[in-house]
Design a binder for this molecule. Sequence first.
Ligand SMILES: NCc1[nH]cc(CCC(=O)O)c1CC(=O)O
Length: 310
Amino acid sequence: MKIRLATRASRLALWQTEHVAALLQQAGFETEIVPMQTTGDAVQDRSLAKIGSKGVFTEELENSLLRGDTHLAVHSAKDVQSSIPRELELLAFLEREQVNDVVLSFNENFVLDQPGIVLGTSSTRRKAQLRRFYPHAETAEARGNLQTRLRKLEEGQFDALVLAYAGVHRMGYEHLVRYTLPTSQFVPATGQGSIAVECAADLDADLKARLKAALDHPATHTCLLAERAFLHTMEGGCSIPSFALATLDGGRLRLHGGLISLSGEEYVEEIQTADAATEAGARALGVAVADAVLARGGREILASIREHRG
Ligand SMILES: NCc1[nH]cc(CCC(=O)O)c1CC(=O)O
């Protein structure tokens, strides 16, 4: 049977979808890749916070699943909104890459701890974390796909670029990495480093089970359920500077989640652990960490972000 895969047309998205296709082929499926443009690709001149983050990289792919034109949609897990249409289902999460944010520069002697440096990023979370942990650095908007951002770096629009290691590795830009930022401070966005595979909820149950068996990484899946429950409770999209990283150690699931104000001054974080045996337990951990963050000052941070945006 030929499985049709919906994907964005960016080089990173195509790399990820070819990776999914290869796993499916190993399991005996034929595949066809169906690239499409999303709003997030079309709108390059405004920051994601301004165009609204709800599904800008996923909606067109989801519509193709809903029409029955494709069987699976392949996304960066980070780009998938915290609640998806009830007719759709997140079937599988592929094994996660190293989750860190990294700093790239063409200058081999680039030093982060230096006054006046300009760091390119398009993420409100990274901007806020940089303001908190590297207050001497300035940030500049760096929208566009990875190739566009690298070109802006090469043109000298900023001294360095802050990106997810996962995308940098997949695109072969590791030789430009000057710093790997610690996940204790630069806690990544929900889902960073994993690829999510979505399907229609009414896809044939037997086919679903075979596709899931070929693609899903259960430990990553458990972590992502906790992180996504956190994000859902936080009511954020990728433009709210929340962060969440779940890790599994033996049978224990650990979730580090929090929220940071745009200025980087207000900061609430929470770490809790739970038994990782069930999906319900993983989700409950995400809700508990988010509730604690909201109760300990997160609500005020969210209110001030909303006020700031008008
Ligand atoms: N929204 C952009 C986006 N979505 C996924 C990745 C990288 C790959 C990943 O985190 O899985 C990136 C680029 C970045 O954040 O540097």
